[in-house]
Design a binder for this molecule. Structure first.
Ligand SMILES: O=c1[nH]cnc2c1ncn2[C@H]1C[C@H](O)[C@@H](CO)O1
Ligand SMILES: [Zn+2]
Length: 368
């Protein structure tokens, strides 16, 4: 019997999330609280429901640059150690309640220095919030520190300083590094020194690439910078020719698939920024059929009004995915995580596979 999981079923499944921004997942009520406490006066409204709607509406422009403008408000209220710890703790709680067992959450430390915190204080405040969430909700969260790719060269802190931060805190819960921000006009190679340093240090990193810009960005991220994973990577589709019914892969797409380079796909976010037209037309359908190493992610739960379970439920509706597909995406994500091998193995064999087995045989609701 083929069984299609409902949203409630998906929530119960042990899931893995690799691409989620700390400043893109703040609870609207917390943004309001923190604005009041810190005297931040620029919020478009101080009504939490109104603010939730404002973030979602403002993020639907079809442009990555406009989408990114909304972060001014979340970053604006995350300028103290207390605020950062609270946001991280609540993030851990929300992810755990969505059934996530392992997550990697990213943020740009350089954006949280306005009230006088040092980079180290920012990192430690966030780690503290996630450590508390682990104690209270059992969820394991590794953090990625992000450098903003559009900041001018030579500016302080540089992407190199953020990379050094990742290495300094690698044994304390920072599992990797990332670059984010506007992609067009800001190629990954601007930060080559940081990526080369991380490679020499045997450290992990992912790069937002193939979202707001196409194949050259993906090519640079992999072949110049040595990215372990691609943030989004949706535009790899431009290197796949599907005319005539059979998919023909170009050299770059072939390489990405052959090397099992993980794609951190974020369907709803891609529609909001114009990287994909609709869920039904999202490249994830084809890429999954072609067995790329695809993972499913949220990107920014606040801006997209979403959760990982909702992303899976949308895909299930659009592509008819069943439990086997959901487990495949989840195991892909766990295999691709920056956590140590033993921890990944333990979660796959001890938590994910038994959890899905139980749901498959008892929890699923039969297809109508
Ligand atoms: O999807 C994205 N693409 C590029 N940059 C992004 C995306 N989502 C969030 N960001 C930026 C805005 C945040 O302030 C920053 C760090 O989390 O990363
Ligand atoms: Zn992102």
């Amino acid at each position: 019997m083929n069984v299609r999981p409902t949203l409630d079923d998906v929530r119960r499944a042990p899931k893995v999330l690799l691409h989620d921004h700390l400043d893109g997942g703040v609870r609207p009520a917390t943004v309001v609280d923190l604005a009041r406490e810190s005297g931040y006066g620029d919020l478009p409204t101080t009504d939490a429901d109104g603010l939730r709607a404002w973030f979602e509406d403002s993020s639907n422009s079809g442009s990555l640059e406009r989408y990114l403008e909304t972060f001014g408000h979340t970053v604006g209220v995350m300028q103290s150690a207390e605020a950062l710890t609270r946001v991280a703790y609540e993030c851990g709680e929300d992810l755990a309640k969505d059934g996530i067992v392992y997550a990697e959450v990213r943020y740009a430390p350089e954006q949280h220095l306005r009230a006088g915190l040092t980079l180290e204080q920012v990192v430690e405040a966030v780690l503290d919030g996630f450590a508390r969430a682990r104690r209270d909700f059992g969820i394991r969260v590794g953090t990625l520190v992000t450098a903003m790719r559009h900041l001018s060269r030579g500016q302080s802190p540089s992407s190199m300083e953020i990379a050094e931060l990742a290495v300094r805190y690698r044994d304390a819960g920072v599992v990797g590094f990332d670059i984010a921000g506007a992609e067009a006009g800001y190629p990954p190679t601007r930060h080559l020194d940081a990526f080369e340093y991380l490679q020499r240090e045997n450290a992990h990193f992912t790069i937002h690439a193939g979202e707001g810009f196409g194949l050259p960005s993906i090519w640079q991220a992999i072949q110049w910078c040595g990215a372990d994973r691609l943030g989004h990577g949706v535009r790899i589709i431009d290197d796949i020719d599907v005319t005539g019914g059979e998919a023909r892969l170009g050299r770059l797409a072939d390489y990405v698939r052959d090397k099992r380079i993980p794609l951190e796909m974020c369907p709803t976010s891609n529609i909001q920024t114009g990287a994909a037209k609709s869920i039904a037309e999202h490249p994830i359908g084809l890429l999954r059929r072609l067995s790329f190493r695809v993972t499913v992610n949220t990107d920014n739960r606040l801006m997209s009004g979403t959760s990982l379970s909702q992303e899976f439920a949308k895909l299930t509706d659009a592509f008819g995915y069943g439990w086997d597909d959901l487990q495949w995406f989840t195991v892909n994500a766990m295999k691709s995580a920056f956590a140590p091998f033993n921890e990944r193995l333990e979660l796959i064999n001890g938590v994910i596979k038994p959890g899905f087995a139980q749901l498959k045989w008892s929890g699923g609701s039969p297809l109508a």
